[in-house]
Write a protein that binds this ligand. Structure first.
Ligand SMILES: [Zn+2]
Length: 232
């Protein structure tokens, strides 16, 4: 298999990429305070694993060595040996990697417009062709469960069926892609779609594209669109 240029398995590079991406969460409007978290899949034995941002550390003080390697030991089970604890949402990240073999990176945050829709229990409909970047329409909203719980992980994975992003009721946004750059790009794109949805709702809309058109664009993206060079 040919590895894309943006994909690496070098732990030092992955750690640096996570720190860089974590510091872009706030400028991109994807997180406030310490509310977001990021991970990348790593090769960690029979059950796999991930490298994930630590719990409760301000982004601007994060160091590459603060990223926590988490080794999966079974469904919903993992272990780590690190001075810091992994993000409180590590179970949700792990659930995505265990359910979706194509996932190489996971981004979670509480961006304002996605969260506004999620508070109202609304999904993002086919209002713009860019929703195809998330795998299709609608981008669903998973029901509410307390953060960090196995129940939330199960609900999130169900809402992600056939998609690469979902909303989490009364909570925020979850997105994955095959690498971190693409996952960050997708999360920002979904927040833009959420903003468009909120604004169209204010105008009595949104008007929607037919489902067949979204399928056409999903196919175009899979063959040409976002393959070669995602936004940095
Ligand atoms: Zn959260």
């Amino acid at each position: 298999m040919t590895m894309p240029m943006t994909m690496t398995t070098d732990p030092a590079i992955l750690r640096a990429q996570l720190v860089h991406a974590a510091n872009r969460l706030q400028p991109l409007g994807l997180a406030t305070g310490t509310s977001g978290n990021l991970s990348v899949r790593i090769d960690a034995g029979a059950h796999g694993g991930m490298l994930i941002t630590p719990s409760g550390i301000a982004y601007d003080t994060l160091r590459p060595e603060d990223m926590v390697p988490v080794h999966f030991t079974g469904p919903g089970k993992a272990e780590w040996q690190h001075p810091l604890d992994p993000s409180s949402e590590w179970l949700m990240h792990q659930a995505v990697y265990q359910a979706r073999p194509e996932a190489g990176a996971v981004v979670h945050g509480h961006p304002t417009y996605a969260t506004v829709l999620a508070i109202q229990g609304l999904e993002i409909p086919a209002l713009h062709y860019m929703i195809a970047a998330a795998g299709g329409a609608p981008i669903r909203c998973a029901p509410y469960f307390t953060y960090g719980t196995a129940e939330l992980s199960v609900a999130a994975v169900a809402a992600l069926e056939g998609r690469k992003a979902c909303l989490l009721a009364h909570h925020g946004l979850l997105a994955f892609e095959r690498d971190l750059a693409r996952a960050m790009w997708l999360a920002a794109e979904v927040e833009t779609l959420a903003q468009q949805t909120v604004m169209c709702l204010a105008l009595g809309g949104p008007r929607l594209l037919p489902a067949g058109e979204i399928d056409v664009v999903v196919d175009k993206f899979s063959r040409y669109g976002l393959k070669s060079r995602p936004a940095p």
